[in-house]
Design a protein around this ligand. Structure first.
Ligand SMILES: NC(=O)c1ccc[n+]([C@@H]2O[C@H](COP(=O)([O-])OP(=O)(O)OC[C@H]3O[C@@H](n4cnc5c(N)ncnc54)[C@H](OP(=O)(O)O)[C@@H]3O)[C@@H](O)[C@H]2O)c1
Length: 272
């Protein structure tokens, strides 16, 4: 089991398996304990691939890790809260020093909306979503890009959301955090492409998974495995930005083209 003696306490590596010498690069997945991160990890798992799975929930992380090991991957699991920026960056440096991270899929995020009966979100929720959906993945991506640029290679995937394209009155902080991440990803891509580092932003619409439980028309729902597969195809192709499924690109265009008062009238109907 790998240990990281210089780790701060909130970041607890566990259940690690040493990487065999032939594995020269690790694939980091944040949010690996979640629906999309778990699906991505399971689809990537294969003999010869070293996976570094980050999340908070120990049981769900262990379940994903077990499936990935069964598929032949070497897996290291880290229990970490991305709200602790210092611990997060120390953990990243420690993991990258053990086995350089070649691919990083920054999937972790939170999707809260305005609580039922409320007009706006609680300010703590606004700050938390800005932290987990924007500040943490952007800081991680910056640190990763720095390590990767020094090595002249690496690929970073950032998971935004189609919500970034719309001023959603029922989820202002979520929409804003993903909009900020969208701009960050596109700017980072321009900055680090000449240094051999790829940055891909994916903006999923609604992904259908058991815990989702949202009243969304089936036409707008993408099955979890399909979403994960399309995301990996876009990442492997080195795309700058993939909107998944494409019909959300049409909704973005519509949002841009509609006269302001009509757009506002439609969006107001989304209030909780
Ligand atoms: N589901 C959708 O329809 C949809 C649509 C567009 C975009 N997305 C984006 O896709 C990503 C994954 O979403 P999902 O549907 O898979 O949701 P999910 O099942 O709730 O997974 C969220 C993941 O993020 C992790 N996470 C949340 N807060 C964290 C924190 N403070 N520190 C560390 N990890 C934290 C969770 O860890 P723990 O569970 O261990 O706490 C979990 O692994 C998110 O960025 C989300 O915004 C989802």
């Amino acid at each position: 089991m790998n240990t990281h003696p210089d780790e701060p306490r909130p970041s607890v590596p566990m259940g690690s398996t040493p990487a065999p010498p032939l594995l020269l690069r690790a694939t980091l997945i944040t949010g690996a304990s979640g629906a999309l991160g778990g699906a991505l990890a399971r689809q990537l798992a294969a003999p010869g691939r070293a996976l570094l799975l980050w999340g908070r929930d120990a049981a769900r992380l262990a379940a994903v890790a077990a499936d990935c090991r069964a598929a032949g991957s070497t897996v290291t699991v880290r229990q970490i809260d991305l709200a602790d920026t210092t611990a997060m960056l120390v953990a990243l440096a420690a993991d990258d020093a053990i086995l350089p991270i070649g691919d990083a899929l920054l999937v972790a995020g939170q999707g809260d909306a305005v609580p039922a009966g409320a007009v706006v979100e609680p300010p703590e929720q606004v700050a938390r979503l800005a932290m987990i959906n924007l500040a943490a993945p952007a800081a991680l991506a910056a640190a990763l890009a720095d390590h990767m640029a020094a090595r002249g290679q690496g690929r970073i995937l950032l998971v935004g959301s189609a919500a970034a394209f719309h001023s959603l009155p029922n989820a202002p902080a979520y929409a804003a955090s993903k909009a900020g991440l969208t701009r960050f990803a596109q700017a980072l891509r321009l900055a680090v492409a000449p240094l051999g580092v790829g940055v891909t932003l994916v903006s999923p619409g609604f992904i259908d998974w058991a815990g989702g439980g949202r009243p969304v028309p089936r036409l707008l729902l993408l099955p979890l495995d399909v979403a994960a597969r399309r995301i990996l195809v876009a990442f492997a192709a080195g795309k700058g930005h993939a909107i998944i499924p494409r019909r959300f690109a049409a909704l973005r265009l519509l949002d841009r083209l509609l006269p302001g008062p009509i757009r506002a009238a439609i969006l107001r109907r989304l209030r909780p």
